[in-house]
Design a protein around this ligand. Structure first.
Ligand code: GDP
Ligand code: MN
Length: 388
C-alpha cells in the first residue's frame, strides 16, 4: 500500500526527519486559511499516489493566500496520470540550494535492501539513472545489520551527499523497519541556504502483510483507493483491478497468476483477477461474479478452477445458484478440472445458460475468453458476436 505524500511527511516528522511546515486540505477555501497561517507564501501540492506531479502542474508556488486559494481550486479535481486530486498539501516554501535523491527499496532477488542515492535529485531520477548511471549510488543493505552511522556515512559518501544527509539516512532506515515499509523514498531531499537538510517530498510503500501488527494503520490508511477493490475487500474477497478486458476468477494464487499469463499469451489483457481460495458457495460465486462484472472494462469472464478440497461440482452449483441473483451481462467461460470435474461440467451443461460456455483445458479456456473479449472490444464484429 502506497501512502500519500502528506502521510509520509507525518511519519518522517515522527522519526525526527526535518520537513517543511505544512497542512493538508480538501477545499480551496481552507487552502486560503492555511496559507494565512503558514505566512502567506506557500507551495500548493496535489496529493495523488503517483510521481511526476511537478511536471504535470500539480506543484505550484503561490505568492499569497488569495493565490493559494486560486491554485488549490485549479489543482483540486485535476487528473494526474489517472489519479484524481482530492487533497492538496500547503507547505511553507523552502529556499533550495541543492536537491538530492535517497531511497531504500527491497531487493527481493538478493534478499536484502538497496540504498539508492544521488546528488542529482529533483524531478526525474529515472532519467538520471538511465543517462548517467554513475551519478546514482546503489549500496546493498543487509537487513540484519541495518543502517548504522558508518553505513549511513558510506551511502552519503558514495552518492556525493553532504555529511549532514547521513543522519537522515539512518532515520529513514528506522522508518522502513519500524513501519514495515517495502520502500521509502525522498526526492528531493534538499539542502537549504541555511545548511539544513529537509525532506521535501516522500513516498512510503507499506508491506500489506504486516497490517496485522500495525494497528495504527487503521481506516485512514485504507489500501483500497479503487471503489471496486474496496467493495471486494468488504466482502472478504482477494480482488485486484487491472485495465484490460478479461475478468479472471480462479482458486489459489498460483493458478490465478498463471491464468493471467495464459490470457495475456492469447493476446488479451486481464481486466482484474479474483482468487476464490477455498470458497465456492453460491454466495461467494455471486459475490465474485458481481464484483468482476461491475468493472466496465470487462468484456468476458474466465473462471478457471482446479478442484481439490473444493470440488468442481460445488463450484458449478455455486455458479448456477449465483446466476439466479446475478444478471450475467458478458460471456462467461468456465474451465473445471480436478476433483469432480465431470460432475461439475454436467451441472453447467444442464443449466444451459446462453452466455456460459465451457472449456476443458486452461489454454482452450483462455483462448475462448480472449477471443470473446477482443471481438467485443473491436467495433468490426459487434452484431453476430452479441447474438444470444
Ligand atoms: P513530484 O514532482 O511529484 O516528485 O513532486 P515534488 O514534491 O518532488 O516537487 C517537485 C519539485 O518542486 C521539487 O523537485 C522541487 O524542485 C519543487 N518544490 C517542491 N517544494 C518546493 C519548495 O518548498 N520550494 C521550492 N523552491 N521548490 C519546491
Ligand atoms: Mn518528488
Amino acid at each position: 500500500m502506497d501512502l500519500f505524500e502528506y502521510q509520509a511527511r507525518e511519519i518522517f516528522q515522527q522519526y525526527g526527519i526535518a520537513v517543511p511546515d505544512a497542512e493538508t486540505v480538501d477545499s480551496a477555501g481552507d487552502a486560503r486559511h492555511v496559507a494565512e497561517d503558514l505566512g502567506g507564501r506557500v507551495v500548493v501540492k496535489a496529493q495523488v499516489k503517483t510521481g511526476g506531479r511537478g511536471k504535470a502542474g500539480g506543484v505550484e508556488l503561490a505568492a499569497d493566500p488569495a493565490a493559494a486559494e486560486l491554485t488549490a481550486r485549479r489543482i483540486l479535481g485535476m487528473d494526474i496520470k489517472g489519479h484524481t486530486v482530492r487533497k492538496v498539501m500547503l507547505a511553507q516554501p523552502v529556499d533550495i540550494e541543492a536537491e538530492f535523491y535517497v531511497s531504500y527499496v527491497l531487493d527481493r532477488a538478493a534478499g536484502r535492501f538497496l540504498a539508492i542515492a544521488s546528488a542529482e535529485g529533483g524531478m526525474d531520477i529515472e532519467e538520471v539513472a538511465a543517462t548517467r548511471p554513475e551519478a546514482v549510488a546503489r549500496i546493498p543493505v543487509d537487513p540484519a545489520e541495518g543502517v548504522t552511522d558508518d553505513k549511513a556515512a558510506e551511502i552519503a559518501a558514495a552518492a556525493g551527499l553532504p555529511p549532514a544527509a547521513a543522519p537522515v539516512l539512518r532515520k529513514l532506515w528506522t522508518v522502513l523497519t519500524e513501519e514495515d515499509a517495502l520502500l521509502v523514498e525522498v526526492n528531493p531531499l534538499v539542502r537549504t541556504a541555511t545548511g539544513d537538510v529537509l525532506a521535501l517530498d516522500g513516498k512510503i510503500t507499506l508491506d500489506d502483510n504486516a497490517r496485522f501488527r500495525q494497528a495504527r494503520w487503521g481506516d485512514d490508511l485504507s489500501s483500497h483507493e479503487d471503489p471496486l477493490e474496496a467493495a471486494a475487500a468488504e466482502k472478504g474477497l482477494n480482488y485486484v483491478r487491472l485495465d484490460g478486458e478479461v475478468g479472471i476468477i480462479g482458486n489459489g494464487a498460483g493458478l490465478v497468476m498463471s491464468t493471467l499469463d495464459v490470457v495475456a499469451g492469447c493476446g488479451a489483457r486481464p481486466a482484474n483477477f479474483l482468487d476464490i481460495g477455498g470458497g465456492a458457495s453460491a454466495q461467494v460465486m455471486a459475490d465474485v461474479l458481481s464484483v468482476v462484472l461491475a468493472d466496465p472494462g470487462v468484456e468476458s469472464v474466465l473462471v478457471n478452477v482446479f478442484g481439490g478440497i473444493t470440488a468442481c461440482d460445488a463450484v458449478a452449483d455455486g455458479i448456477v445458484t449465483a446466476l439466479e441473483t446475478v444478471r450475467l451481462t458478458k460471456p462467461l467461460v468456465v474451465r473445471l478440472d480436478g476433483n469432480n470435474a465431470a460432475r461439475g461440467r454436467a451441472i453447467l451443461h444442464d443449466r444451459a445458460h446462453p452466455l456460459v460456455q465451457q472449456a476443458t483445458t486452461m489454454d482452450g479456456a483462455a483462448r475462448q475468453a480472449a477471443a470473446l473479449a477482443t471481438r467485443a472490444a473491436s467495433p468490426a464484429a459487434t452484431s453476430p458476436a452479441t447474438a444470444r
